[in-house]
Write a protein of this length. Structure first.
Length: 427
Protein backbone atom coordinates (compact mmCIF):
# COMPACT_ATOMS: atom_id res chain seq x y z
CA UNK A 1 0.00 0.00 0.00
CA UNK A 2 1.47 3.31 -1.09
CA UNK A 3 0.73 6.59 0.65
CA UNK A 4 0.52 8.33 -2.73
CA UNK A 5 0.54 7.24 -6.35
CA UNK A 6 1.20 9.97 -8.91
CA UNK A 7 -0.35 9.28 -12.31
CA UNK A 8 1.63 11.33 -14.82
CA UNK A 9 5.31 12.27 -14.99
CA UNK A 10 5.28 15.72 -16.54
CA UNK A 11 6.20 18.95 -14.72
CA UNK A 12 3.28 18.71 -12.29
CA UNK A 13 3.61 15.00 -11.54
CA UNK A 14 7.36 15.22 -11.00
CA UNK A 15 7.02 18.33 -8.84
CA UNK A 16 4.41 16.66 -6.64
CA UNK A 17 6.60 13.55 -6.39
CA UNK A 18 9.59 15.68 -5.32
CA UNK A 19 7.62 17.29 -2.50
CA UNK A 20 6.08 13.96 -1.47
CA UNK A 21 9.50 12.26 -1.29
CA UNK A 22 10.86 15.12 0.82
CA UNK A 23 7.87 14.74 3.16
CA UNK A 24 8.70 11.06 3.69
CA UNK A 25 5.62 9.71 1.94
CA UNK A 26 5.82 6.28 0.34
CA UNK A 27 5.29 7.41 -3.24
CA UNK A 28 5.23 5.84 -6.68
CA UNK A 29 5.14 7.68 -10.00
CA UNK A 30 3.74 6.25 -13.24
CA UNK A 31 4.06 7.54 -16.79
CA UNK A 32 6.59 8.40 -19.45
CA UNK A 33 8.61 11.33 -18.07
CA UNK A 34 8.02 14.61 -19.92
CA UNK A 35 5.96 12.78 -22.53
CA UNK A 36 4.18 15.87 -23.89
CA UNK A 37 7.49 17.53 -24.70
CA UNK A 38 9.27 14.40 -25.90
CA UNK A 39 6.48 12.74 -27.88
CA UNK A 40 4.02 15.43 -28.93
CA UNK A 41 6.14 18.37 -30.12
CA UNK A 42 8.22 18.36 -33.31
CA UNK A 43 11.89 19.37 -33.39
CA UNK A 44 12.41 23.10 -33.76
CA UNK A 45 9.83 24.21 -31.22
CA UNK A 46 10.62 26.57 -28.36
CA UNK A 47 9.08 27.27 -24.98
CA UNK A 48 6.79 30.28 -25.09
CA UNK A 49 7.20 30.87 -21.35
CA UNK A 50 10.28 32.60 -19.98
CA UNK A 51 12.95 30.22 -18.63
CA UNK A 52 12.64 31.75 -15.15
CA UNK A 53 8.91 30.86 -15.21
CA UNK A 54 9.54 27.24 -16.24
CA UNK A 55 11.10 25.67 -13.15
CA UNK A 56 9.86 22.37 -11.82
CA UNK A 57 9.32 22.52 -8.07
CA UNK A 58 11.32 20.86 -5.30
CA UNK A 59 11.00 21.96 -1.65
CA UNK A 60 14.49 23.44 -1.34
CA UNK A 61 14.54 24.92 -4.86
CA UNK A 62 17.81 23.19 -5.64
CA UNK A 63 16.91 21.83 -9.07
CA UNK A 64 15.61 24.73 -11.12
CA UNK A 65 15.94 25.09 -14.86
CA UNK A 66 18.63 27.71 -14.35
CA UNK A 67 20.72 25.25 -12.31
CA UNK A 68 20.40 22.59 -15.02
CA UNK A 69 21.34 24.99 -17.80
CA UNK A 70 24.33 26.34 -15.86
CA UNK A 71 25.64 22.81 -15.36
CA UNK A 72 25.25 22.10 -19.06
CA UNK A 73 26.77 25.39 -20.16
CA UNK A 74 23.47 26.47 -21.73
CA UNK A 75 21.82 29.86 -21.78
CA UNK A 76 18.53 30.40 -19.91
CA UNK A 77 18.12 34.16 -20.06
CA UNK A 78 15.12 36.45 -19.84
CA UNK A 79 13.82 37.26 -23.31
CA UNK A 80 15.56 34.32 -25.02
CA UNK A 81 13.31 31.40 -26.08
CA UNK A 82 14.48 27.99 -24.85
CA UNK A 83 14.37 24.95 -27.18
CA UNK A 84 11.78 22.38 -26.16
CA UNK A 85 14.32 19.48 -26.19
CA UNK A 86 16.40 21.33 -23.57
CA UNK A 87 13.34 21.63 -21.35
CA UNK A 88 12.51 17.94 -21.83
CA UNK A 89 16.05 16.96 -20.85
CA UNK A 90 15.78 19.20 -17.82
CA UNK A 91 12.66 17.33 -16.71
CA UNK A 92 14.46 13.98 -16.99
CA UNK A 93 17.38 15.35 -14.96
CA UNK A 94 14.98 16.73 -12.35
CA UNK A 95 13.34 13.30 -12.01
CA UNK A 96 16.71 11.65 -11.42
CA UNK A 97 17.53 14.12 -8.66
CA UNK A 98 14.21 14.15 -6.82
CA UNK A 99 12.35 10.84 -7.32
CA UNK A 100 14.32 8.32 -5.22
CA UNK A 101 12.79 5.17 -6.71
CA UNK A 102 12.65 6.47 -10.26
CA UNK A 103 9.63 6.64 -12.52
CA UNK A 104 7.68 3.55 -13.55
CA UNK A 105 7.04 4.16 -17.26
CA UNK A 106 4.00 1.92 -17.45
CA UNK A 107 0.76 3.75 -18.12
CA UNK A 108 -2.11 3.46 -15.65
CA UNK A 109 -5.24 2.22 -17.41
CA UNK A 110 -7.74 2.34 -14.55
CA UNK A 111 -8.15 3.98 -11.15
CA UNK A 112 -10.98 2.78 -8.88
CA UNK A 113 -12.00 4.18 -5.50
CA UNK A 114 -12.52 1.40 -2.96
CA UNK A 115 -15.57 1.25 -0.72
CA UNK A 116 -13.46 1.18 2.45
CA UNK A 117 -11.19 4.01 1.34
CA UNK A 118 -8.11 4.10 -0.84
CA UNK A 119 -7.73 3.16 -4.50
CA UNK A 120 -6.94 0.24 -6.73
CA UNK A 121 -4.86 1.06 -9.82
CA UNK A 122 -4.37 -1.15 -12.84
CA UNK A 123 -1.35 -0.74 -15.11
CA UNK A 124 -1.39 -1.26 -18.87
CA UNK A 125 0.26 -4.69 -18.47
CA UNK A 126 -2.47 -5.85 -16.09
CA UNK A 127 -0.51 -5.38 -12.87
CA UNK A 128 -2.40 -3.83 -9.94
CA UNK A 129 -1.49 -1.96 -6.79
CA UNK A 130 -3.21 -0.18 -3.91
CA UNK A 131 -2.79 3.41 -2.76
CA UNK A 132 -4.23 5.46 0.06
CA UNK A 133 -4.25 8.60 -2.10
CA UNK A 134 -3.84 9.30 -5.82
CA UNK A 135 -3.01 12.45 -7.76
CA UNK A 136 -3.96 12.76 -11.43
CA UNK A 137 -1.30 14.85 -13.16
CA UNK A 138 -2.17 13.65 -16.65
CA UNK A 139 -1.23 16.78 -18.61
CA UNK A 140 -3.20 17.97 -21.63
CA UNK A 141 -3.17 15.09 -24.12
CA UNK A 142 -6.37 13.38 -22.82
CA UNK A 143 -8.27 16.63 -23.41
CA UNK A 144 -7.56 17.48 -27.04
CA UNK A 145 -10.28 19.31 -28.97
CA UNK A 146 -10.90 18.46 -32.62
CA UNK A 147 -13.67 20.47 -34.34
CA UNK A 148 -16.77 18.31 -34.92
CA UNK A 149 -16.58 18.87 -38.67
CA UNK A 150 -13.15 17.18 -38.67
CA UNK A 151 -13.80 14.42 -36.14
CA UNK A 152 -15.03 11.84 -38.72
CA UNK A 153 -11.80 12.35 -40.67
CA UNK A 154 -9.41 11.97 -37.76
CA UNK A 155 -6.26 10.08 -38.68
CA UNK A 156 -5.74 10.03 -42.43
CA UNK A 157 -7.04 13.52 -43.20
CA UNK A 158 -7.20 15.42 -39.92
CA UNK A 159 -5.15 15.43 -36.72
CA UNK A 160 -4.61 17.56 -33.63
CA UNK A 161 -1.39 19.55 -33.40
CA UNK A 162 -0.37 17.48 -30.36
CA UNK A 163 -0.41 14.31 -32.48
CA UNK A 164 2.84 15.20 -34.20
CA UNK A 165 6.35 14.42 -33.04
CA UNK A 166 7.58 14.60 -36.63
CA UNK A 167 6.18 16.84 -39.37
CA UNK A 168 8.38 15.27 -42.04
CA UNK A 169 5.48 13.27 -43.50
CA UNK A 170 4.04 16.54 -44.81
CA UNK A 171 7.13 17.69 -46.68
CA UNK A 172 6.23 18.91 -50.22
CA UNK A 173 2.51 18.52 -49.53
CA UNK A 174 -0.32 20.96 -48.80
CA UNK A 175 -1.43 21.39 -45.18
CA UNK A 176 -4.08 23.62 -43.63
CA UNK A 177 -3.59 24.56 -39.99
CA UNK A 178 -6.65 25.63 -37.98
CA UNK A 179 -6.17 28.07 -35.08
CA UNK A 180 -4.57 31.37 -34.22
CA UNK A 181 -2.53 30.53 -31.11
CA UNK A 182 1.09 29.61 -30.54
CA UNK A 183 0.64 25.92 -31.38
CA UNK A 184 -1.02 26.73 -34.71
CA UNK A 185 1.43 29.43 -35.73
CA UNK A 186 4.60 27.59 -34.72
CA UNK A 187 3.39 24.39 -36.40
CA UNK A 188 2.63 26.36 -39.56
CA UNK A 189 6.07 28.04 -39.52
CA UNK A 190 7.86 24.70 -39.15
CA UNK A 191 5.80 23.20 -41.97
CA UNK A 192 6.54 26.09 -44.32
CA UNK A 193 10.24 26.01 -43.50
CA UNK A 194 10.49 22.37 -44.53
CA UNK A 195 8.86 22.98 -47.91
CA UNK A 196 5.20 22.31 -47.12
CA UNK A 197 2.65 24.62 -48.74
CA UNK A 198 0.98 25.91 -45.60
CA UNK A 199 -2.00 28.07 -44.77
CA UNK A 200 -3.56 29.07 -41.46
CA UNK A 201 -7.31 29.42 -41.02
CA UNK A 202 -8.34 31.56 -38.04
CA UNK A 203 -11.79 32.68 -36.92
CA UNK A 204 -10.48 35.98 -35.58
CA UNK A 205 -10.29 39.19 -37.58
CA UNK A 206 -6.54 39.35 -37.00
CA UNK A 207 -3.69 37.44 -35.42
CA UNK A 208 -2.56 38.48 -31.95
CA UNK A 209 1.15 38.71 -31.20
CA UNK A 210 2.83 39.00 -27.84
CA UNK A 211 5.25 41.89 -27.60
CA UNK A 212 8.92 41.64 -26.76
CA UNK A 213 9.13 41.32 -22.95
CA UNK A 214 10.40 44.43 -21.19
CA UNK A 215 13.96 44.27 -19.80
CA UNK A 216 14.40 42.42 -16.54
CA UNK A 217 16.01 45.47 -14.97
CA UNK A 218 14.21 48.75 -15.62
CA UNK A 219 13.19 51.93 -13.78
CA UNK A 220 11.01 51.37 -10.73
CA UNK A 221 8.11 53.32 -12.16
CA UNK A 222 7.97 51.03 -15.20
CA UNK A 223 7.96 48.00 -12.91
CA UNK A 224 5.22 49.56 -10.78
CA UNK A 225 3.10 50.20 -13.84
CA UNK A 226 3.54 46.71 -15.36
CA UNK A 227 5.31 44.20 -13.08
CA UNK A 228 6.90 41.07 -14.48
CA UNK A 229 5.04 37.81 -13.94
CA UNK A 230 5.39 34.27 -15.20
CA UNK A 231 2.40 34.90 -17.46
CA UNK A 232 3.63 38.18 -18.92
CA UNK A 233 3.94 41.72 -17.65
CA UNK A 234 1.05 43.67 -16.14
CA UNK A 235 -0.95 43.63 -12.93
CA UNK A 236 -3.68 41.31 -14.20
CA UNK A 237 -1.17 38.68 -15.26
CA UNK A 238 0.69 39.19 -11.97
CA UNK A 239 -2.51 38.41 -10.03
CA UNK A 240 -3.14 35.27 -12.08
CA UNK A 241 0.46 34.22 -11.52
CA UNK A 242 0.90 35.07 -7.86
CA UNK A 243 -2.58 34.72 -6.31
CA UNK A 244 -4.12 31.39 -7.33
CA UNK A 245 -5.57 31.00 -3.82
CA UNK A 246 -7.42 34.30 -4.12
CA UNK A 247 -8.61 33.32 -7.60
CA UNK A 248 -10.23 30.21 -6.13
CA UNK A 249 -12.49 32.41 -3.98
CA UNK A 250 -14.17 33.95 -7.02
CA UNK A 251 -17.62 32.66 -8.08
CA UNK A 252 -17.39 29.42 -10.07
CA UNK A 253 -18.82 30.97 -13.26
CA UNK A 254 -16.29 33.81 -13.10
CA UNK A 255 -13.40 31.43 -12.49
CA UNK A 256 -14.36 29.24 -15.42
CA UNK A 257 -14.80 32.18 -17.79
CA UNK A 258 -11.41 33.66 -16.87
CA UNK A 259 -9.66 30.30 -17.12
CA UNK A 260 -11.11 29.88 -20.60
CA UNK A 261 -10.66 33.40 -21.96
CA UNK A 262 -7.60 34.89 -20.23
CA UNK A 263 -4.34 34.83 -22.15
CA UNK A 264 -6.18 34.06 -25.37
CA UNK A 265 -4.65 32.80 -28.63
CA UNK A 266 -1.48 34.69 -29.52
CA UNK A 267 1.88 34.01 -31.10
CA UNK A 268 5.24 34.68 -29.50
CA UNK A 269 7.06 37.81 -30.63
CA UNK A 270 9.99 35.79 -31.97
CA UNK A 271 7.70 33.81 -34.28
CA UNK A 272 6.01 36.66 -36.10
CA UNK A 273 8.47 37.20 -38.95
CA UNK A 274 8.64 33.48 -39.69
CA UNK A 275 4.86 33.30 -40.11
CA UNK A 276 4.45 36.52 -42.06
CA UNK A 277 7.16 35.63 -44.57
CA UNK A 278 6.29 31.98 -45.16
CA UNK A 279 2.66 31.19 -44.32
CA UNK A 280 -0.59 32.13 -46.03
CA UNK A 281 -3.01 33.42 -43.38
CA UNK A 282 -6.78 33.45 -44.01
CA UNK A 283 -8.72 35.33 -41.34
CA UNK A 284 -12.41 35.29 -40.46
CA UNK A 285 -12.50 31.72 -41.73
CA UNK A 286 -14.14 28.60 -40.31
CA UNK A 287 -14.46 25.16 -41.89
CA UNK A 288 -18.12 24.37 -42.57
CA UNK A 289 -17.60 21.10 -44.42
CA UNK A 290 -14.70 18.73 -45.08
CA UNK A 291 -15.08 15.96 -47.66
CA UNK A 292 -12.46 13.52 -49.01
CA UNK A 293 -12.13 13.92 -52.76
CA UNK A 294 -9.63 12.09 -54.97
CA UNK A 295 -7.24 11.46 -52.10
CA UNK A 296 -7.37 15.03 -50.83
CA UNK A 297 -9.77 17.12 -48.74
CA UNK A 298 -12.30 19.51 -50.15
CA UNK A 299 -12.96 22.23 -47.57
CA UNK A 300 -15.97 24.53 -47.64
CA UNK A 301 -14.87 27.54 -45.63
CA UNK A 302 -16.93 30.49 -44.47
CA UNK A 303 -15.56 33.72 -45.92
CA UNK A 304 -16.37 37.31 -44.99
CA UNK A 305 -18.46 39.32 -47.43
CA UNK A 306 -19.02 36.28 -49.68
CA UNK A 307 -22.38 34.98 -50.83
CA UNK A 308 -21.32 31.38 -50.30
CA UNK A 309 -18.49 29.31 -48.84
CA UNK A 310 -14.96 29.49 -50.21
CA UNK A 311 -13.67 26.15 -51.53
CA UNK A 312 -10.15 25.04 -50.64
CA UNK A 313 -8.32 21.81 -51.47
CA UNK A 314 -5.65 20.45 -49.16
CA UNK A 315 -3.92 17.17 -48.31
CA UNK A 316 -4.35 17.37 -44.54
CA UNK A 317 -5.78 19.54 -41.78
CA UNK A 318 -3.94 20.03 -38.47
CA UNK A 319 -6.24 21.45 -35.80
CA UNK A 320 -4.43 23.46 -33.13
CA UNK A 321 -7.73 24.00 -31.36
CA UNK A 322 -6.79 23.55 -27.73
CA UNK A 323 -7.91 21.37 -24.86
CA UNK A 324 -10.99 21.05 -22.65
CA UNK A 325 -10.20 19.45 -19.25
CA UNK A 326 -13.64 17.96 -18.65
CA UNK A 327 -13.93 15.30 -15.95
CA UNK A 328 -15.95 13.19 -18.39
CA UNK A 329 -12.75 12.71 -20.41
CA UNK A 330 -10.91 11.10 -17.49
CA UNK A 331 -11.38 7.66 -18.98
CA UNK A 332 -8.77 6.12 -16.67
CA UNK A 333 -11.22 6.57 -13.77
CA UNK A 334 -13.76 3.78 -13.55
CA UNK A 335 -17.32 4.88 -14.22
CA UNK A 336 -18.42 4.86 -10.58
CA UNK A 337 -15.48 6.98 -9.38
CA UNK A 338 -15.87 9.41 -12.27
CA UNK A 339 -19.56 9.84 -11.47
CA UNK A 340 -18.65 10.96 -7.93
CA UNK A 341 -16.65 13.96 -9.13
CA UNK A 342 -18.20 17.34 -8.45
CA UNK A 343 -17.66 19.39 -11.60
CA UNK A 344 -18.00 22.94 -12.82
CA UNK A 345 -21.28 23.46 -14.63
CA UNK A 346 -19.48 25.75 -17.08
CA UNK A 347 -16.88 23.45 -18.63
CA UNK A 348 -17.23 20.14 -16.80
CA UNK A 349 -13.81 20.35 -15.14
CA UNK A 350 -13.49 18.84 -11.65
CA UNK A 351 -13.83 21.17 -8.69
CA UNK A 352 -10.99 20.90 -6.18
CA UNK A 353 -10.46 22.24 -2.69
CA UNK A 354 -7.62 24.41 -1.38
CA UNK A 355 -5.40 21.32 -1.09
CA UNK A 356 -6.25 20.21 -4.67
CA UNK A 357 -8.43 17.35 -3.41
CA UNK A 358 -11.48 16.50 -5.51
CA UNK A 359 -14.91 15.55 -4.19
CA UNK A 360 -13.70 11.92 -4.09
CA UNK A 361 -11.76 11.71 -0.78
CA UNK A 362 -8.09 10.99 -1.43
CA UNK A 363 -8.26 11.76 -5.17
CA UNK A 364 -6.21 14.85 -6.03
CA UNK A 365 -5.84 16.79 -9.28
CA UNK A 366 -2.98 18.83 -10.75
CA UNK A 367 -2.29 20.88 -13.85
CA UNK A 368 -4.82 21.85 -16.51
CA UNK A 369 -7.58 20.00 -14.63
CA UNK A 370 -7.41 22.66 -11.92
CA UNK A 371 -7.36 25.80 -14.11
CA UNK A 372 -11.06 26.50 -13.46
CA UNK A 373 -10.35 26.35 -9.72
CA UNK A 374 -6.98 28.12 -9.42
CA UNK A 375 -6.70 30.15 -12.60
CA UNK A 376 -4.74 30.46 -15.84
CA UNK A 377 -1.33 29.73 -14.30
CA UNK A 378 -2.39 26.06 -14.05
CA UNK A 379 -2.28 25.91 -17.86
CA UNK A 380 1.48 26.46 -17.73
CA UNK A 381 4.55 24.95 -16.04
CA UNK A 382 4.50 28.00 -13.79
CA UNK A 383 1.58 26.60 -11.78
CA UNK A 384 3.57 23.57 -10.63
CA UNK A 385 5.33 25.70 -8.03
CA UNK A 386 2.08 26.72 -6.35
CA UNK A 387 0.53 23.28 -6.70
CA UNK A 388 3.14 20.81 -5.46
CA UNK A 389 3.66 21.90 -1.84
CA UNK A 390 -0.01 22.63 -1.18
CA UNK A 391 -1.16 19.39 -2.76
CA UNK A 392 1.27 17.32 -0.69
CA UNK A 393 0.08 19.09 2.46
CA UNK A 394 -3.46 18.15 1.41
CA UNK A 395 -2.35 14.54 0.97
CA UNK A 396 -0.81 14.49 4.43
CA UNK A 397 -4.01 15.88 5.91
CA UNK A 398 -6.03 13.17 4.14
CA UNK A 399 -3.66 10.47 5.33
CA UNK A 400 -4.07 11.60 8.93
CA UNK A 401 -7.86 11.62 8.69
CA UNK A 402 -8.45 8.77 6.25
CA UNK A 403 -8.78 5.02 6.74
CA UNK A 404 -5.77 2.83 7.61
CA UNK A 405 -3.91 0.90 4.89
CA UNK A 406 -5.95 -1.93 3.40
CA UNK A 407 -3.28 -4.38 2.36
CA UNK A 408 0.44 -4.65 1.53
CA UNK A 409 1.55 -3.24 -1.82
CA UNK A 410 2.05 -5.71 -4.62
CA UNK A 411 5.62 -6.35 -5.82
CA UNK A 412 7.03 -3.97 -8.38
CA UNK A 413 8.38 -5.64 -11.55
CA UNK A 414 12.10 -4.88 -11.81
CA UNK A 415 11.85 -4.52 -15.60
CA UNK A 416 9.40 -1.64 -15.26
CA UNK A 417 11.72 0.62 -13.23
CA UNK A 418 13.24 3.54 -15.10
CA UNK A 419 14.66 6.90 -14.24
CA UNK A 420 17.20 5.83 -11.58
CA UNK A 421 20.70 7.22 -11.98
CA UNK A 422 22.09 3.83 -13.03
CA UNK A 423 19.59 3.63 -15.88
CA UNK A 424 19.44 7.26 -16.85
CA UNK A 425 18.26 7.59 -20.47
CA UNK A 426 20.18 10.82 -21.03
CA UNK A 427 22.53 12.95 -18.97
Amino acid sequence: MYDLVVVGAGPYGLSVAAHAAAAGLRTRVFGRPMASWRDHMPPGMFLKSEPWASHLSDPERRFGLDVYCARRGLSARHGEPLPVPVFAEYGLWFARQTVPDGVDERMISEVSALAGGGFRLRAEDGGTLLARTVVLAVGVIPFTDLPPVLAPLEGAYATHSSDHRDLGRFRNRDVTVVGGGQAALETAALLAEQGTRTRVLARAAGLAWNTVPPPWRRPWWQTARAPHSGLGSGWRNWCYSELPGAFRRLPAATRTRIAREALGPAGAWWLRERVETGVEVLLHREIQQAVPEHGRLRLAVSAPYAAGPEILHTDHVIAATGFTPAAARLSLLDEETRARLLTSAEDGSPEVGPGFESSVPGLFMAGLLTAASFGPSMRFVLGAGYTAGRLVRGVRTRLRSGPPPLAPALPRPAAARTGTPARSPRG
